[in-house]
Design a protein around this ligand. Structure first.
Ligand SMILES: *Cc1c(COP(=O)(O)O)cnc(C)c1O
Length: 693
């Protein structure tokens, strides 16, 4: 969002076309409780009838008289006591549903999803396998298709590649899965070559360009394009059925299974294949911390997660990525994947997907391959703004309509390039407005499953009817990291996406509103800046790409970062969640984040510090005992996703009221002046908190 210097920001009415959203949620004041109760009761009763009508001829095991027995009555009393205690305690929960909440990546949940989840829980399906979830397992895979279509992947089952996706407990698990599966894929050709050699079966397997597999070295095999690798299992199966006896085929599959990294483990595999040692994953320094956890959990070691610097827009820096890749070519360091983020957790910024995909093509010419995983846990659902109901990509002009800044050319290009990814993480429990416990991952090519089954392919029966049934109702637990998992999550996503399809005239309108709210917030800031002139400086260090907005605030005249951070943290005392303080006493909620020194290049350091009036040398990599220094920059962070942010009360939207409140906090803190004192300590400690409550 670039505001042209000298022009006045628009003070006009914000664009609101949110009437359609009125029935979508329970509502900040429970406005839709009547609908909610009526539908829920209807579905509850319907569930009970279903129970009752399952062999109604059976005598009921719980006699009517049981209700009058002392033990029964006591149980019900105890249950109600505990439930009341629970819901009393839950009143201290965070009011995500309210537009006064501008904190983390959460808001109210869509009624269709919420009702579907509550009701499906009564049936308690387990999506680990079709035996435990005859209905919801199929729904889960259909949700995978809905997400794939929104993101721009091909979804025609009649041809390859056809996308395949499923749900996870969250984005973290989806990210783990991407690395596990990519490792399985990328190491497969090496194991296949080993198996061919060991069994001495003369099978003429080739890469897509016709080079015989048996003649390729390990480095080349690891660096085969993913599309080539995806085709290998089918090529192998065809050759085996043409040229070998079933017993030989079994032997080969057995040998292959034992040669794969899943069987040998990373240590033995890299001992046999030194080309795969030092396997690395490249991700921007803004990547979510789940990537560090993934590297630890999967045994790569978090040291193998190479962090790539970002540019002044908090987007992955292409020159820096290119330099890293050059080094990998030179030193023959295998790159498992480049992770690009679509909607960084802290800043909502978007990495340049199109250019990263172009780099992939360029480095492919030089024998270095990498998979492209897009972590769109946050921003994935914003793709619905770009999707026409017929599935095509909306034009840039069409998407721009009604916005002041969004989407800039790079932002549009990134969404258009999503389809070039190999896999994408997307979280329905974030911008999908669904209850927690629903994450998701989508693979561009469903053939990824050929590499994952716990069983070797030859144990499957091959008649086409059961193959089709398997496609609809796979043993999901065999392909994914999780085991038992709630079918209710799939039902919630399915129903929500049916009621509000993932395109720009349905769910996209809600997504659009999050951007409008952010543009409004951004446009109001100069007014606040003006009012604080001479007293404090207000800086948006990175222009928002989407719906997250971070603010740095420095008292005028202060030159030390440590003091500025103290000031920011003192403001945050009034804006964060305090477990010891009833949430009802809070006016507004925001969140905070930090920028470390390594996230800023020299130019950005002087740009941001200059705008704040801070001496750049007080921002250091590691603090020594001087109180004037700091190793990070404190920012107030606002996630603008509540549907009612622009709703006006007495002519003022919630954003207006928040900014007035923030102004009051700033002025009060300036008058108190405690932030000047380096000894005033961390305001998040209980002692200083009590001073302020
Ligand atoms: C939230 C987030 C994650 C983690 O998702 P969970 O659902 O919290 O596990 C990963 N990546 C990004 C970019 C995120 O914003």
């Amino acid at each position: 969002m670039t505001s042209v210097p000298g022009t006045q920001p628009a003070a006009s009415e914000p664009l609101t076309d949110l009437d359609f959203a009125n029935p979508c949620f329970l509502g900040p004041g429970g406005e839709n409780s009547e609908v909610f109760e009526r539908v829920l009761l209807e579905l509850l009763r319907d569930h009970v009838y279903w129970r009752r009508n399952f062999h109604p001829e059976d005598p009921p095991p719980i006699p009517v008289l049981a209700m009058h027995q002392p033990g029964y009555v006591e149980f019900v009393d105890r249950m109600r006591t505990e439930l009341n205690a629970l819901t009393a305690a839950l009143k201290r929960s965070v009011p995500f549903f309210n537009p006064r909440y501008l904190g983390h990546m959460v808001s109210d949940t869509l009624l269709p999803g919420l009702l579907a989840q509550l009701v499906t829980t009564l049936y308690n399906p387990n999506n680990v396998s079709p035996e435990a979830a005859p209905v919801t397992l199929e729904l889960e895979l259909k949700v995978g298709g809905q997400l794939a279509r929104m993101l721009g992947f091909a979804t025609d089952p009649a041809r390859d590649p056809c996308a395949w996706g499923h749900l996870t407990s969250g984005g973290t698990l989806a990210n783990y899965e991407s690395l596990v599966n990519l490792r399985a894929l990328r190491c497969y050709p090496l194991a296949l070559k080993d198996a061919l050699r060991a069994t001495r079966l003369p099978l003429p397997l080739t890469a897509a360009d016709g080079r015989p597999l048996a003649e390729l070295d390990d480095w080349t095999l690891f660096n085969l394009p993913l599309d080539d690798v995806m085709a290998l299992p089918q090529q192998l199966a065809a050759l085996l059925s043409e040229r070998t006896a079933p017993a030989d085929a079994r032997t080969l599959y057995q040998t292959l299974a034992e040669a794969r990294v899943e069987h040998t483990g990373l240590v033995d595999f890299t001992e046999c294949h030194p080309a795969c040692a030092a396997l690395s994953v490249l991700a921007p320094v803004t990547a979510h911390y789940s990537w560090r956890k993934a590297a630890k959990v999967l045994g790569f070691g978090s040291g193998r997660l190479v962090t790539v610097p970002v540019d002044s827009h908090m987007r992955l820096s292409l020159p820096a990525l290119e330099r890293h890749l050059e080094e990998c070519v030179r030193k023959k360091i295998p790159v498992l994947a480049v992770v690009a983020v679509l909607g960084t957790t802290e800043f909502g910024t978007l990495d340049p997907l199109q250019e990263i995909a172009a780099l992939r093509s360029r480095f492919r010419q030089r024998g270095l391959e990498f998979a492209l995983h897009v972590d769109a846990a946050w921003g994935g659902y914003l793709a619905s703004i770009f999707r026409e109901p017929d599935g095509s990509l909306a034009t840039h002009a069409a998407v721009r309509e009604g916005f002041r800044y969004f989407p800039s050319a790079p932002v549009y290009a990134s969404f258009a390039a999503l389809k070039l990814a190999d896999s994408i993480t997307v979280d329905p429990h974030k911008l999908g407005y669904l209850p927690y416990g629903i994450g998701g991952i989508v693979w561009r090519d469903r053939r990824v499953r050929d590499f994952l089954g716990e069983k070797a392919p030859y144990v499957f029966d091959h008649d086409s009817q059961s193959a089709a049934a398997r496609e609809r109702q796979p043993q999901l637990g065999e392909y994914i990291l999780e085991g038992s998992k709630p079918g209710a999550a799939a039902a919630a996503a399915w129903v929500a996406h049916r009621v509000l399809p993932l395109d720009r005239v349905h769910l996209g309108r809600l997504q659009r509103h999050t951007i409008l709210a952010s543009e409004y917030f951004f446009d109001r800031l100069p007014f606040l800046e003006q009012r604080l002139k001479g007293r404090a400086r207000l800086v948006v260090p990175f222009e928002p790409d989407t719906n997250l907005l971070c603010l740095a605030i420095n008292p005028e005249g202060n030159r030390e970062l440590a003091a500025m951070n103290r000031f920011g943290r003192r403001l945050y005392v009034h804006l964060g969640i305090d477990p010891d303080r009833p949430v009802q006493l809070r006016e507004f909620f925001s969140s905070h984040t930090r920028v470390t020194r390594d996230m800023l290049g020299a130019e950005d350091l002087s740009r941001v510090m200059g705008a704040l009036g801070i001496a750049a040398e007080t921002f250091v990599i590691a603090v020594d005992d001087q109180n004037t220094q700091a190793d990070s920059l404190f920012l107030l962070r606002h996630t603008l996703m509540n549907p009612w942010l622009l709703e006006r009360v007495d002519g003022k939207s919630c954003i207006d009221r928040y900014l007035e409140y923030l102004e009051g906090l700033i002025v009060a803190e300036l008058e108190l002046g405690v932030w000047c004192d380096p000894g005033s300590g961390d305001p998040s400690t209980a002692a200083s908190r009590s001073r302020y409550s």
